[in-house]
Design a binder for this molecule. Structure first.
Ligand code: BG6
Length: 368
């Protein structure tokens, strides 16, 4: 079952290269993304003027990553909302609104009720789901399955990377239909995406180094996570993993928000993970995040940077640097989340906690 691993979580984290590869498989034709399950929806997808992504927990953070990619490629406005907020606020919906639900189990009651609400109010629905034949999948107009395989550990890891992958595929499918990404560029993006599984395998090689770091930090009272652009949802997910698995108070922030509040939390010794954007990113976000690192370091923070190989700008200011291989900026979340998952798991293990079955949590919450 656990196949020699100490926990399902350890096993599932290690299965992430396959989870991504399996989600891509069969969905690329002539270097373009084609989702056969959306055949017949061409007209609907060309006609929609808005996408609302609904989900809970980790799945909602995959949605936040998806927003950046879908808007960039398909030029359709995307909002991301928690399922349990969505249906209680009288949202504006029409037949040109596509509500995309994301759920590993496909049974989360809050998300199911939100999907039913969307249908009753005239929206079109698509679900991204990991469990074949789940209720949410059956209720929706169409389903794109993630092929992460069964996920046993309560806190989600491999389903998360598979959800992000499915959202990238959906974004590229939509872009092809709407003619918003030129074919040559789309083929380059597909090639980049296909290269991700091997890069995740590379990140997994730093497991021992991260385990050591987590052991040293096992008495931490609070840990902060900063990220920007697609690194922002990853900061949120890194914090959630640490809460769920290690019961440590953790918060994720958008790095640009630092001076608007969170910097007040920085005192000597405060550990802060920083997901550093690629220095190759044309938006110059890299240098902005490096200045954030300098600002918190000057106030005594202990900086743990997750940065691209060869990024030397972080070296003078970071206490620890965890390296990820080079990838196209939008695909980086599939790599940067891995050390944060490993960190939370190792720290929980160092505290003697059950990483597969954290207290008070359930894998699938089928009550509201
Ligand atoms: C929570 C789980 O209850 O539900 C999380 O503990 C999960 O791990 C969230 O992210 C959403 O679940 P699902 O099945 O809808 O993706």
């Amino acid at each position: 079952e656990k196949g020699g691993w100490s926990s399902f979580m350890a096993k599932e984290i290690s299965e992430q290269p396959e989870a991504v590869a399996n989600t891509i498989r069969g969905r690329v034709v002539d270097e373009q993304v084609v989702l056969p399950e959306l055949e017949g929806l061409d007209e609907v997808l060309t006609d929609i003027d808005r996408i609302i992504i609904i989900a809970c927990g980790t799945a909602s953070y995959s949605g936040l990553v998806g927003k950046y990619a879908i808007e960039k490629w398909a030029r359709v406005p995307v909002e991301v909302e928690l399922s349990h907020e969505f249906r209680y606020r009288d949202p504006v919906l029409s037949e040109r609104t596509l509500v995309v639900s994301i759920s590993q189990s496909g049974e989360t009651m809050d998300t199911l009720m939100a999907v039913k609400y969307a249908i009753a109010n005239g929206a079109r629905t698509l679900s991204i789901c990991n469990t074949q034949g789940a209720t949410i999948a059956r209720e929706s107009d169409a389903v794109v399955y993630t092929h992460a395989g069964p996920e046993v550990a309560v806190a989600s890891t491999k389903a998360f990377v598979a959800q992000i992958t499915a959202l990238y595929l959906f974004g590229l499918h939509l872009a092809r239909l709407r003619g918003t990404v030129e074919q040559g560029r789309a083929a380059e993006l597909v090639a980049e995406l296909r290269a991700v599984p091997d890069k995740i395998a590379k990140v997994l090689e730093s497991a021992d180094e991260i385990d050591q770091l987590a052991r040293w930090m096992s008495d931490s009272r609070a840990v902060l996570f900063l990220g920007r652009h697609v690194g922002y949802p990853i900061a949120l997910e890194g914090a959630l993993k640490l809460k769920e698995l290690a019961y440590i108070h953790a918060e994720g922030f958008a790095a640009g928000e630092l001076k608007h509040g969170p910097i007040a939390l920085i005192e000597p010794g405060q550990p802060v993970f920083v997901v550093v954007p690629s220095p190759r990113d044309p938006g110059s976000l890299h240098s902005k995040v490096v200045s954030n690192i300098q600002e918190i370091r000057a106030r005594g923070a202990r900086v743990l940077a997750v940065a691209e190989e060869g990024d030397v700008a972080v070296l003078p200011f970071a206490d620890e640097v965890i390296r990820i291989p080079l990838a196209a900026p939008l695909f980086e979340p599939l790599l940067t989340v891995v050390p944060l998952q490993l960190f939370a798991m190792s720290l929980a293990t160092a505290k003697g906690l059950d990483v597969d079955q954290p207290r008070n949590l359930a894998k699938s919450v089928t009550v509201e």
